[in-house]
Ligand binder design. Structure first.
Ligand code: AKG
Length: 241
């Protein structure tokens, strides 16, 4: 995983923050998928604005530089979260994103807060193993087939990693972001709750090494190029063949 300081210009963050405010004013919950906004005709324009914002931002280039591949956006799994002090429903315990975006493919998540996090408002906490851990171990231990849906406690983490993991709780200012893959073990920082914060996580996949899920399910919305939102192009190709 990697942190990027001042990766996104101030005026661009202001535009994003305004879009997120609009999205959350319309969404009935504090957590919302951009795909859900897209499917509702009354909020589709906000979702389109968020997808356009993504393609104009430096985030696709962060993906290219990190992976050497061309990115597509998993609109289906791009989610907005507003955390309000005292509310627990937007807190997520230890998990890996492979649980819902799938294990296969070159995937990257870029988590972008539009408020300062890590001092008063909760950001993310990562558990970084200090010894090599097989992807298979993480895949088996954090599986959605667990009774709690793959969301684990501190005790579960101890059982999996022992004492050999390090906690990383980055302080991020608006414009900073973190990038991680589907294997990164993380949660909402449980130690902070004094201020609200809004964040969006852009989940990207490789057009040349896509997750099986984006290929197999034609109802998963992606944006594989600026101006396009729909199923992964392989489905469009099949439909028009
Ligand atoms: O924004 C957060 O606090 C946690 C988000 C997260 O890790 C997730 O939705 O997978």
């Amino acid at each position: 995983m990697a942190g990027f300081r001042a990766a996104i210009p101030t005026e661009s963050i202001a535009t994003l923050s305004a879009l997120l405010d609009k999205a959350l004013a319309e969404a009935p919950r504090l957590k919302s998928s951009v795909a859900a906004l897209y499917r509702d005709p009354t909020t589709a324009i906000i979702a389109e604005g968020l997808v356009d914002w993504f393609w104009q931002s430096p985030i696709p280039s962060l993906y290219r530089e990190n992976t050497g591949d061309e990115p597509g956006l998993l609109v289906e799994f791009t989610t907005i979260q507003r955390h309000t002090p005292g509310r627990s429903e937007t807190r997520v315990s230890w998990h890996v994103d492979a649980n819902f975006i799938g294990a296969s493919g070159t995937q990257r998540v870029v988590w972008v807060p539009v408020d300062t996090v890590g001092r008063d408002a909760p950001g993310l906490e990562f558990a970084i193993p200090q010894k090599p851990v097989l992807k298979q171990t993480i895949s088996e231990q954090f599986t959605i087939a667990r009774p709690n849906g793959g969301v684990l406690t501190d005790q579960n983490l101890q059982e999996i990693f022992g004492d050999s993991y390090r906690s990383w709780r980055p302080v991020l200012e608006p414009g900073d972001c973190v990038m991680f893959d589907q294997w990164a073990v993380h949660r909402t920082d449980p130690q902070l709750d004094a201020a609200p914060r809004t964040a969006i996580e852009f989940r990207m996949y490789s057009l040349t090494d896509p997750p099986k899920r984006a290929l197999e399910e034609s109802n998963v919305l992606v944006s594989s190029a600026p101006g396009y939102v729909g199923p992964h192009p392989i489905h469009s190709a099949t439909a028009s063949a």
